[in-house]
Design a protein around this ligand. Structure first.
Ligand SMILES: [Zn+2]
Length: 312
C-alpha cells in the first residue's frame, strides 16, 4: 500500500501551501540542511504580498534560493517579481519553451494581454528542459513538457515516490481552459496527449496547480479525458466556458463591479475579440459579454446587488 501523503511529502522535503483558484498552490522544498529552499509556482500578482508572507513564515531561517514555474500564466508566476525583490539572490527557472519570451517580456506571447490579467515583469535565469532532471529537496525530479492548456508548460515527476507536480495539465475534477483553441490552433489533441504522458509516468499522487493533492489519479484522468473529448466535439462550448472562467477570474480579483463595467471589460477584452472566438460564438463582443454575464447569473455563480455583479 502507498504510504500516507504527509509522510511521503516529508520524505521528499516538500510542503504544499494550498491556495485558491485565483492564486496557484505553492510547492515548497526546504533542503535537508534547512539552509536553502525552492518554490514551484508563486500565485497571482494581487496576492503577492500574502505569498511573500506565507513563504517568509514557512521558510524560517532558510533563504529562498530558487523559483520554478510550471508555466507562465499570471496565477502561477504573479508572485515572482515580489519574491525576487524579497530574496534578491534567488534564481528563477521557467519552462524552456517560454525562456526567450520572458527575457524579451513579450506580453502578447505571455498571454497576459489576451486574458486582461496583470503580471509584474520578472527576470528568468535558467530554462527547465524537458527530458532533463532537477534536484529539489535532495531528490531528483524529472521535467516533462506538456501541451494543451499552455503549449509551453512542464510537469515535474519524482519516480521513486511517483509524485507528480501537474500545474494545470491535470486537476482532480475539472479541466483547465485550452488556450491554443481560442487562437484557432489545435489544443485538444496536445491536452489529451499530455494525459497519455501522465498516465505513462504512472503517478501515485498528483499535486495540482489548484486544489488538494490527490491519489485518485485514474479517476482524474478519466474525468479529464471525458471532458476534453466533449469540448473537442463542441468547441463553441469550450469558447463559452473560457469566457465564463475569465469573467469569474476578473470578479475574483475585483470582488464586485458594476454590471456595465463587467460587460464593458469583457467586450473590450482581446479574448472576446479573437477571430476564432468570434467565429465559434457567432456574436459581437458587446452582446457576447452580456450573454456570458447573464449565463453566470442564471447558473447562480454571480448575483446582482443593486447595479453590482457579485461573485457568489
Ligand atoms: Zn494555467
Amino acid at each position: 500500500m502507498y504510504p500516507a501523503l504527509p509522510s511521503v511529502f516529508a520524505e521528499l522535503h516538500l510542503t504544499v501551501l494550498q491556495r485558491d483558484w485565483l492564486s496557484s498552490n505553492h510547492i515548497v522544498f526546504v533542503d535537508p540542511g534547512r539552509t536553502t529552499a525552492a518554490v514551484i509556482d508563486t500565485g497571482y500578482s494581487s496576492h503577492a504580498a500574502h505569498t511573500v508572507a506565507l513563504l517568509d513564515h514557512h521558510l524560517g531561517q532558510a533563504g529562498l534560493t530558487r523559483i520554478l514555474n510550471t508555466h507562465l500564466h499570471s496565477d502561477h508566476c504573479g508572485g515572482n517579481h515580489a519574491l525576487q525583490a524579497r530574496w534578491p539572490g534567488v534564481q528563477t527557472w521557467v519552462p524552456q519553451a517560454a525562456f526567450q519570451t520572458v527575457q524579451a517580456w513579450d506580453e502578447e506571447r505571455l498571454t497576459y494581454r489576451l486574458t486582461g490579467q496583470t503580471c509584474e515583469p520578472f527576470a528568468a535565469d535558467h530554462p527547465l528542459r524537458s527530458g532533463s532532471t532537477i534536484e529539489l529537496g535532495g531528490r531528483s525530479w524529472q521535467i516533462h513538457a506538456t501541451g494543451g492548456h499552455d503549449p509551453d508548460a512542464v510537469v515535474l515527476f519524482e519516480p521513486q515516490h511517483r509524485v507528480l507536480i501537474s500545474g494545470d495539465a491535470l486537476w482532480r475534477h475539472k479541466v483547465a481552459v485550452i488556450f491554443p483553441e481560442l487562437d484557432g490552433e489545435d489544443g485538444f489533441a496536445p491536452a489529451l496527449a499530455s494525459l497519455d504522458l501522465i498516465e505513462a509516468l504512472d503517478p501515485a499522487v498528483v499535486i495540482p496547480g489548484h486544489g488538494e493533492p490527490f491519489a485518485e489519479v485514474a479517476d482524474a484522468l478519466a474525468i479529464s479525458r471525458q471532458r476534453l473529448r466533449k469540448l473537442q466535439a463542441h468547441p463553441a462550448n469550450h469558447a463559452r466556458h473560457a469566457l465564463r472562467v475569465l469573467m469569474v477570474f476578473h470578479l475574483m480579483e475585483h470582488r464586485s463591479l458594476p454590471l456595465q463595467a463587467v460587460c464593458d471589460w469583457m467586450a473590450q477584452s482581446p479574448l472576446a475579440r479573437r477571430p476564432a472566438v468570434q467565429r465559434l460564438m457567432q456574436m459581437d463582443p458587446g452582446p457576447l459579454a452580456h450573454h456570458i454575464l447573464q449565463s453566470l447569473i442564471a447558473d447562480g455563480v454571480v448575483r446582482t446587488q443593486d447595479d453590482q455583479a457579485v461573485l457568489v
